[in-house]
Design a protein around this ligand. Structure first.
Ligand SMILES: CC(C)(COP(=O)(O)OP(=O)(O)OC[C@H]1O[C@@H](n2cnc3c(N)ncnc32)[C@H](O)[C@@H]1OP(=O)(O)O)[C@@H](O)C(=O)NCCC(=O)NCCS
Length: 436
């Protein structure tokens, strides 16, 4: 018997099957041969929410949730956060290697020269309701770019694909900033090519009447690190959506819009906004024990805690906690930090959270920093979507080049009625209506 195999006996038939094991997995399709007879469809695996199903092979991001490790293309997240800019990390995710100095210059130049939006797109954004949520605006506007760049549908041409990727990485901050200015009723600010990626984003967000916007370097670097931390996270809900939508081969603007929609929910990218709402609700350190008691009684969840993959401290949360100190030196302390620290302390000692391995995740502290920097909570998920776009695109690219991938289409276990006939004596059927 070969070593890397699994032997299964079907007790319904007493037949034995040997299935190959590759990379710690068996192929779902190998189960199909396990049948009770010629009429039987064959065995399937049932896995709601993909709790134990690998949907692809990927060489982009590695996570060891038990040990709290996150790596992009083999580099530890701590190493990248300390030594790289977000755009270098974006290059790494897309091309597999960090850029040298010349490649960095060329890459930054390319991104910088694609930041402008077509004026019709700006007009389109202008038509949203004055109080439209920036995430809804962003999601819709990314989809609308599909109409601006119709050639983007030629997804099997790698050069054309790369042009759309550059456009998306470059234009996400512009759309995000416009969505923010729109919600405030302020005029849009055009990109400034002399600034770095994050400085330019801050310029488009916050420039008022001064002739040239000068970003605080500590805040610009903090934002850059936050972007690095959010750039990719393997097969999470929005990335899975990107791959799923992308598998039917629409252009990348439509697929990124789908991914943005998945990110918007409070169980995913919307969690940092939910953390701030929760901290405001708690209001004071003295109210924490009562709040925790309610959570343990099943009345809600502690937002920013728990993760499908990390059953240890989220390494991104640790880095964010460090940059929080630098940000607060510039902005002054966010009073919510005290409540958050105390909440974390109590939760990490509480048996309910300890036994379930619930630790702070990336969203627990990011919202507090964003708020101190001057962002409104409605912008938090948008701040997640900007850097995650490159992760979505790297995964989309990888999927299109993967010969094993096809249109994404799960099976179901049908639990509805068996065949029924319409009883004409009980319902008004078309025939009886015509007769009337
Ligand atoms: C992230 C999340 C969706 C992962 O969910 P999951 O992998 O499906 O985990 P489960 O829902 O199976 O949780 C396992 C147990 O821990 C509990 N739990 C999970 N997260 C919890 C939280 N934040 N607060 C309180 N209890 C929590 C569940 O109720 C469950 O308890 P039970 O076994 O008594 O029923 C979930 O932890 C969550 O909703 N967290 C808050 C939202 C958040 O911060 N999201 C951002 C993720 S980066």
């Amino acid at each position: 018997m070969p070593e890397n195999t699994l032997t299964v006996t079907d007790n319904r038939t007493n037949k034995t099957y040997t299935l190959p094991i590759e990379n710690g997995t068996i192929r779902g399709m190998d189960l199909r041969q396990i049948k009770t007879g010629a009429e039987d469809f064959g065995l399937m695996s049932y896995d709601p929410a993909f709790m134990n199903t690998a949907s692809c092979k990927s060489a982009i991001t590695f996570i060891d949730g038990d040990r709290g490790i996150l790596r992009y293309r083999g580099y530890n997240i701590e190493d990248l956060a300390e030594n790289c800019t977000y755009l270098q990390v974006a290059y790494l995710l897309l091309f597999g290697e960090l850029p040298d100095q010349k490649q960095t210059r060329e890459w930054v130049d390319k991104i910088t020269h694609h930041t402008m939006l077509h004026e019709t797109t700006k007009e389109f954004m202008h038509r949203f309701r004055h109080d439209a949520h920036p995430m809804g605006v962003l999601t819709s506007t990314v989809a609308a770019l599909s109409t601006v760049y119709p050639e983007a549908k030629n997804i099997h041409d790698p050069e054309n694909r790369m042009l759309q990727i550059i456009r998306l990485v470059a234009k996400m901050p512009t759309m995000a900033a416009y969505s923010y200015r729109h919600s405030l009723g302020f005029p849009y600010v055009y990109p400034d090519n002399e600034l770095t990626y994050t400085e330019n984003f801050m310029n488009m967000l916050w420039k008022m009447v001064e002739p040239k916007y000068v970003a605080n370097p500590v805040l610009a670097r903090a934002l850059d690190i936050l972007f690095i931390l959010h750039a990719d996270h393997e097969q999470n809900c929005s990335t899975n959506t990107m791959r799923c939508v992308g598998s039917s081969h629409p252009d990348p603007y439509l697929a990124v819009s789908g991914a943005c929609a998945a990110l918007a929910g409070p169980l995913h990218g919307g969690a940092n906004e939910a953390v701030l709402i929760m901290l405001a609700e708690i209001g004071d350190k003295r109210n924490i024990p009562d709040y925790i008691k309610r959570i343990k009684e099943g009345k809600g969840k502690l937002m920013g805690f728990g993760h499908r993959v990390y059953k240890n401290y989220d390494p991104r949360a640790r880095i964010i906690k460090q940059i929080a100190d630098q940000v607060f030196q510039v902005t002054g302390k966010n009073p919510k930090l005290e409540i958050a620290l105390e909440l974390e302390k109590i939760a990490l000692e509480d048996e309910y959270f300890v036994t379930r391995k619930l630790y702070p995740n990336v969203d627990f502290y990011s919202g507090i920093i964003y708020q101190a920097m001057g962002f409104l909570p409605e912008m938090f998920t948008v701040l997640f979507a900007i850097p995650r776009t490159v992760g979505w695109l790297a995964q989309w690219n990888e999927m299109l080049e993967d010969k094993e991938q096809k249109i994404s289409r799960p099976r179901q276990v049908y639990i509805g009625h068996a065949l029924r006939k319409i009883d004409g004596t009980k319902f008004a059927t078309v025939k009886s209506a015509v007769g009337r």
